[in-house]
Design a binder for this molecule. Structure first.
Ligand SMILES: *Cc1c(COP(=O)(O)O)cnc(C)c1O
Length: 384
């Protein structure tokens, strides 16, 4: 038997109490019982997004909410500014192109955060920009973009700031209303500790106004229709009932922990992982603005990343993520988002140390672990 550990930045592990909740017998969605459940999770989501706006739930993966944002806010030929610093930034470009928009890309080196000045310059060069599309946390490079600073640029203009918060909501401070984010998106299989299948999207007043005048075609993802139904605590189409039931359990777990502790836990696990990588002389991909969702590190020269990950997964039972595109085979990404604790970091680091040794990389076993433990000690209060 091989005991398995899922330490990827989506899908993430699901807590046992959430699994149990989702295995309850189905209830019908056009019932008062479902409406009560729906109203409760709507409330919880507003707390999580730190907004007074409605947070709409869609039966889709996260990309569905990205597409919904574009389709509901834009008209054909609109200019949008895309911050493209990784795989998910690139996705904004592809969605925009698919809908006949004119994306102006700000290319950011993978692992780096966008410079607000670059966005300011692009806005100046394209004053009729409909929206700036960005990731708060670019999961493919494990870097955080400074969305608070970007919101300061768009706040008093006609341009909207659309934030893919799929690995930032529930992992790091992203207060929608306070920062003036116009659209915030997340998905179920990252910080929300659920299986994939739910996407979430919240819009500011300014964004809702834009929805009225936008002319791109939309049907399944027509947010006007969804909003009307969700205001009555139901959905336009059959919702992912079991996932919404699980979401209720998740939100209780999160509310019991509290946002401040939730963010502090992610920050601590990320700091411990980075300390371990540094102790092992592994170069971090995101040096200046690392995400608390996952940590990307370069493998030593000469190690085949695909074989390395396969060995970890198939022989050691530990699933971490690799790199994409030009970083494929070169990096690994260790997740610490969602249902993650200190011993997930320990597991990941220990496995990496032993696998590196197996692959012939000379290292002192326990070196990374010790560095991680030194950081993790801060997570436990003194005895007494
Ligand atoms: C996971 C992820 C997505 C895409 O989500 P899917 O659920 O695979 O559609 C988009 N953006 C970011 C930042 C992500 O981490």
């Amino acid at each position: 038997m091989l005991k398995r550990y899922l330490l990827t930045p989506g899908p993430t592990a699901v807590p046992p109490e959430v699994m149990l909740r989702m295995s309850q017998p189905l209830i019908h969605h056009r019932t008062p019982e479902f409406e009560t459940l729906f109203a409760e999770v709507q409330h919880g989501l507003q707390w999580l997004f730190q907004t007074t706006q409605e947070v709409l739930m869609l039966a889709a993966s996260g990309t569905g909410a990205m597409e919904a944002a574009v389709a509901n806010l834009c008209s054909a030929g609109d200019t949008v500014i895309v911050v493209n610093g990784g795989k998910f930034g690139e996705r904004w470009t592809k969605i925009s192109q698919a809908f006949g928009l004119k994306p102006v890309e700000i290319k950011v080196e993978w692992g780096q955060a966008v410079q607000p000045a670059a966005v300011a310059a692009a806005l100046q060069a394209h004053p009729h920009t409909k929206a700036v599309l960005v990731q708060a946390s670019e999961t493919s490079t494990t870097a955080l973009h400074p969305v608070k600073a970007l919101a300061a640029l768009t706040r008093d203009t006609d341009t909207l700031l659309v934030v893919d918060g799929i690995t930032s909501i529930g992992a790091t401070e992203t207060p929608m209303d306070e920062w003036g984010l116009d659209v915030v998106i997340t998905g179920s299989q990252k910080a929300l500790m659920l299986p994939p299948g739910l996407a979430f999207i919240a819009l500011s007043e300014k964004a809702w106004k834009q929805v009225e005048s936008a002319t791109l075609p939309r049907y399944y993802f027509d947010l006007r229709r969804e909003r009307k139904e969700q205001q009555k605590h139901t959905t336009a189409y059959t919702p992912a009932i079991s996932l919404i039931n699980g979401l209720s359990a998740v939100l209780h777990l999160m509310q019991d922990e509290g946002l401040e502790h939730l963010f502090a836990r992610h920050a601590l696990l990320a700091a411990a992982t980075r300390a371990a990588a540094q102790a092992l002389a592994l170069t971090l991909l995101a040096q200046t603005s690392p995400s608390p969702a996952a940590t990307g590190v370069f493998l030593p020269e000469g190690i085949n990343g695909s074989q390395f990950l396969k060995y970890m997964r198939d022989r050691m039972g530990v699933d971490i993520a690799g790199g994409q595109d030009h970083l494929k085979g070169k990096i690994v990404r260790i997740s610490h988002i969602g249902y993650a604790g200190p011993f997930d970091v320990i597991t990941a680091i220990s496995t990496i140390e032993m696998a590196l040794r197996r692959f012939g990389h000379p290292l002192e076993l326990g070196r990374g672990l010790r560095a991680a433990e030194e950081v993790l000690m801060d997570g436990w209060p003194a005895i007494g």
